[in-house]
Design a protein around this ligand. Structure first.
Ligand code: FES
Ligand code: FES
Length: 182
């Protein structure tokens, strides 16, 4: 018998209560219990960064964090980066530079970049590369991703809304975005 434990999280500003099995990770809880599938499941060993989220503003691989370890914390996922239905400048910059190819790594890249810009608002290229070093892109879109981070840094606070989510969804619905694994 597996004994689950009730944990309390604040996810993207909303209080959530979940019964978590001892072996379930934060990634399991986000995707399976809370339906936040923006956070991707890939290597599950902390190598790829697809599952990156913020815990209390610190960037972590959610596949390496047991859900019970996150009890009481504040979690931000890619779904929480837009503010009041508006994409942040960082999200807009990813669109503007064409950083998303298959799109699978992009949620993790966005969260890692958001964490970087929160502490280093005007990173050098080297700092941007270092900040995203834990996030792999199997489409090898690194140049556009770094370009997006630097563009967001140049154009003002990275969390400032720039574009409605509806518009972004319309962009994502275009044919090339249809190949993104979920
Ligand atoms: S799925 Fe967590 S680091 Fe790859
Ligand atoms: S866009 Fe990075 S894995 Fe495809």
């Amino acid at each position: 018998m597996t004994l689950s434990q009730q944990i309390e999280l604040t996810v993207n500003g909303r209080r959530r209560s979940v019964d978590a099995a001892p072996h379930h990770t934060l990634l399991d809880v986000l995707r399976d219990d809370l339906g936040l599938t923006g956070t991707k499941e890939c290597c599950l060993v902390g190598e790829c960064g697809a599952c990156t989220v913020l815990i209390d503003d610190r960037s972590v691989d959610s596949c390496l964090v047991l859900a019970v370890e996150a009890d009481g914390s504040e979690v931000t996922t890619v779904e929480g980066l837009a503010v009041d239905g508006q994409l942040s400048r960082l999200q807009q910059a990813f669109l503007d530079t064409g950083a998303a190819q298959c799109g699978f790594c992009i949620p993790g890249q966005l969260v890692a970049a958001h964490a970087l810009l929160s502490t280093t608002p005007r990173p050098s290229r080297a700092e941007a590369e270092e900040g995203l070093a834990g996030n792999l892109c199997r489409c090898a879109g690194y140049e556009q991703i770094i370009e997006a981070v630097l563009l967001a840094a140049e154009s003002g606070p990275a969390t400032t809304p720039r574009r409605s989510v509806r518009e972004a969804v319309d962009v994502a619905a275009q044919p090339d975005a249809g190949v993104a694994p979920q």
